[in-house]
Design a protein around this ligand. Structure first.
Ligand code: SF4
Length: 485
């Protein structure tokens, strides 16, 4: 018996007559088409929405945007088609793309230029899709989880410098130079004058170290001139991340995820190495995107900063952030602050010896945190004769530092104690988008350089994640119906 045979390739009309026949009603490209056609691209900030009267006609930005959304949406599924060259290839061979672009075939440079020129507008497209999902009631708009991850930049670690690294490297070079110069002196003092080839080798080594030293000193001077803490040569906006992240040099990506269906409500990319200070900005933008007046936000202890908590509350956001254990007293074996009971009625602390500690002086936290003050609570007389002093302080008296508005943090601790499950919901909600995105992005790496480009790139990535999620939740026909309204 013969195998099933295909048709003769040279047979005419082997394929259906219309490209449309290849794209089923549930194909995501039908939604991409309807979604982009429904956008106000001019208001979103895209260039050349109106065709120019002069020169050769250009591509409609709507067509190029559709191509990019397709590429990002299918990145995890269709062999990494995010780059402009890969997208160009798809316009020639991929029937879905041929349908989506109505057989237009822009070259890779046009595709790449479009992304560069419109990088700021992709955020507006992301927000428009959030609005669409809101209309489908896919956001719970009650609790969002904020978290950050580090994504690798186009910059190797050996092309990135911090002051500390430069100092260490320069010290090492000086030590080696000293050693080689001593060896040269010894060779000169030698009756035989040293072996000629080894002396020449030392000369080369010294010259190369001096070159390296000059380069590193130039980098140090650049840091002094700019006041920056780090210098990255390939992508100047990227930063050396903590070694625990295994990212090397990268960017700090922040997302706010709605806990109902794990959809992203807001996404941002920063050069900051730490998450500290990024909570209020991300949560406030998420609240605006979700068009709600009040919302709860949960984040891990890396976001615990009193100014941020205060800003959240002022914006109608109720924060849930556990307190990190930064107590130096505990590490040194002294009573931790938690052993001191605050009494709001008398504005005093009761210490382990039962004494009352009252406010003595007020000081600002640091120059970088203007307007934030600490009060020092003490009882010098009681400490002087206290039998517990060895266990309390190595000084003459113990001071308990309290933020002026620390009661706000105490209220937050009470809220967390009443709803311990929110921390589990935080972890479950942020794991899904970060896991999917990193897998799609090929080990989690940006393709573009500079913060503005990377922000545009991540807006498309987050948009693609949300689209995938919404397609799974409600299907293509429901999405097309809302986009067509
Ligand atoms: S040293 Fe001072 S603060 Fe500490 S337990 Fe004694 S009295 Fe209280």
């Amino acid at each position: 018996m013969a195998h099933i045979s295909g048709e003769d390739r040279s047979q005419l009309l082997l394929l259906p007559d219309a490209v449309d026949d290849y794209v089923g009603p549930d194909n995501p490209v039908r939604f991409i088409d309807a979604f982009v056609d429904g956008l106000d691209l001019e208001a979103a900030g895209f260039h050349r929405v109106e065709p120019s009267d002069k020169g050769r006609p250009g591509y409609d930005p709507a067509d190029l945007l559709k191509l990019y959304i397709y590429g990002y949406l299918n990145y995890g599924y269709l062999n990494r088609i995010r780059s402009s060259r890969r997208l160009e290839v798809e316009t020639h061979r991929n029937l879905e793309v041929i349908w989506l672009l109505r057989q237009l075939k822009p070259d890779f440079k046009t595709i790449a230029d479009f992304r560069r020129d419109n990088r700021g507008a992709f955020r507006a497209v992301f927000r428009q899709f959030v609005r669409l999902c809101r209309e489908l009631d896919l956001y719970g708009r009650e609790l969002i989880a904020v978290d950050g991850t580090r994504i690798k930049a186009v910059n190797n670690r050996d092309r990135s410098f911090t002051r500390a690294n430069l100092k260490k490297d320069l010290q090492r070079i000086d030590e080696r130079l000293d050693r080689y110069l001593n060896q040269m002196n010894e060779a000169d003092a030698d009756d035989a004058g040293g072996r000629v080839d080894s002396v020449a080798h030392l000369h080369d080594k010294i010259a190369s170290l001096r070159n390296r030293k000059e380069t590193l000193e130039r980098h140090r001077q650049t840091l002094d001139d700019t006041g920056e803490a780090q210098l990255s040569l390939t992508d100047p906006d990227s930063r050396s991340m903590h070694s625990g992240t295994r990212v090397g040099v990268g960017y700090n990506v922040q997302i706010a995820v709605d806990t109902k269906h794990n959809l992203i409500a807001e996404q941002q990319v920063h050069s900051n190495v730490s998450d500290l200070g990024l909570l209020a900005e991300t949560a406030t933008a998420a609240r605006e995107n979700l068009a709600t007046c009040e919302i709860d936000v949960v984040a891990d202890r890396g976001y615990y900063k009193i100014e941020d908590i205060e800003a959240c509350e002022a914006a109608g956001i109720t924060p849930y952030v556990p307190k990190p254990d930064r107590s130096t007293a505990k590490r040194s074996g002294h009573f931790p602050k938690s052993e001191f009971q605050y009494d709001a009625a008398t504005d005093t602390y009761r210490c382990p010896a039962g004494e009352r500690l009252a406010p003595l002086y007020r000081r600002s936290v640091s120059k970088s945190r203007p307007g934030t003050y600490l009060l020092a609570y003490t009882n010098i007389a009681a400490c002087r004769g206290c039998g517990l002093r060895q266990r309390c302080t190595k000084n003459l008296y113990r001071s308990i530092m309290r933020f002026e508005n620390e009661s706000m943090m105490e209220r937050m601790a009470d809220r967390l104690a009443a709803r311990p499950e929110v921390m589990d919901r935080r972890r479950e909600s942020v794991e899904h988008p970060f896991g999917s995105i990193k897998q799609w992005m090929g080990q989690g790496a940006f393709l573009t350089r500079r913060l503005a480009n990377v922000r545009g790139e991540f807006s498309l990535t987050a948009l693609a994640y949300n689209m995938r999620r919404a397609i799974d939740l409600v299907g293509i026909p429901a999405l097309i119906a809302v986009a067509a309204r």
